[in-house]
Design a protein around this ligand. Structure first.
Ligand code: A1EG2
Ligand code: FE2
Length: 314
């Protein structure tokens, strides 16, 4: 039963902010490579690990992890809105992961944002083109669980995936690497912003537009060098990619939550989705990262990476 990984950054600013032509062409080539890799692998199930950005998950009920047995994309920025084709295996995976001692939440009505919808759109051409198990991993709403728990979640999902009806499983991670876009934090938020972080579903179109405009402007500032935001950290990003490429995932257990934010910005925790995806792969045997692309793209507020991996014995 073959398994594979694709893990890549996302940015909702793609299509809004224009990096240099050459940069955009290199990223587009990386997307092309990932699309061809996935088409060649021909998965019959995609387990998609992604974060949320206070669009689907709020502090009124913030789980560290959640598997959706149904899921709807909200259509933030210019990503598509609508139902994902959630596989029946979502429930099986939730049951097996719980039995393995990982306390994953379950949602029969999971709302997801660009973290999920952008890779589905970019790699498959739509939300409903491939059976998917959506796995939310909290990567922004402090307090976060130890990153080692995310590795264990991935391991449990990897083991459980071996018993599914589906034969060809792709583990897909979405997010990171280093970046610090202007996502508000509950501890320092005004009362008005805090209310939105606690229960901010269904913002008015004006509210959504205002918020998105702020993030879009932050990318232009970062690229212009006029930003007070934490910069992208290419050294940290390359070291992270080295660890994942070497299959040394146990190292992440020693990484503190604070260290991520200090080194690579608050949203660097989105690499939790990569750690889960690669840990799931590692649970199925040794892997080889056979493609690795990286480029810092300040216009998109992202240390932008695209990787794929296959089983070492494939
Ligand atoms: O809208 C938001 O709250 C944050 C948007 C955002 C921007 C850059 C990179 C990301 O990964 C990302 O998610
Ligand atoms: Fe993100």
């Amino acid at each position: 039963m073959p398994v594979a990984v694709c893990a890549l950054s996302h940015s909702p600013l793609i299509g809004f902010n224009q990096p240099a032509k050459a940069v955009e062409e290199r990223v587009e080539k990386a997307f092309d490579h990932a699309r061809r890799f996935i088409a060649g692998f021909d998965p019959d199930l995609v387990v998609l690990f992604a974060p949320d950005h206070y669009n689907g998950f709020f502090y009124d009920m913030m789980p560290p992890f959640c598997i959706g047995t149904r899921a709807t994309a909200l259509g933030d920025y210019d990503t598509p809105a609508g139902e994902l084709s959630v596989a029946k295996s979502a429930r099986t995976l939730a049951k097996d992961v719980l039995a393995a001692g990982i306390d994953v939440a379950l949602s029969e009505r999971m709302y997801v944002d660009h973290g999920f919808s952008q890779p589905l759109q970019l790699l498959f051409g739509g939300l409903d083109r491939v059976p998917v198990v959506p796995v939310f991993i909290n990567s922004v709403a402090a307090p976060l669980c130890p990153v080692g728990r995310v590795r264990q979640l991935g391991t449990a999902i990897g083991h459980a995936s071996a018993h599914l009806d589906e034969q060809r499983v792709l583990f897909l991670g979405s997010g990171g690497l280093s970046h610090d876009p202007p996502v508000p934090q509950l501890e320092t938020a005004t009362a008005e912003v805090a209310a939105r972080l606690i229960d901010g579903r269904n913002p008015t179109p004006e509210e959504r537009a205002r918020r998105q405009a702020r993030v879009i402007a932050s990318g232009l500032d970062l690229a212009a060098g006029t930003s007070s935001m934490q910069p992208i950290n290419p050294d940290w990003d390359q070291q992270f990619l080295d660890v994942v490429s070497a299959g040394e995932l146990r190292l992440v257990d020693a990484w503190s939550t604070e260290w991520f934010a200090e080194q690579a910005g608050h949203s660097s925790h989105e690499v939790r989705t990569w750690i889960a995806a690669y840990a799931a792969m590692a649970a199925r045997g040794k892997y080889v990262m056979n493609y690795r692309f990286y480029e810092p793209v300040p216009e998109w507020v992202a240390g932008f990476a695209v990787t794929t991996a296959v089983s070492a014995d494939a």
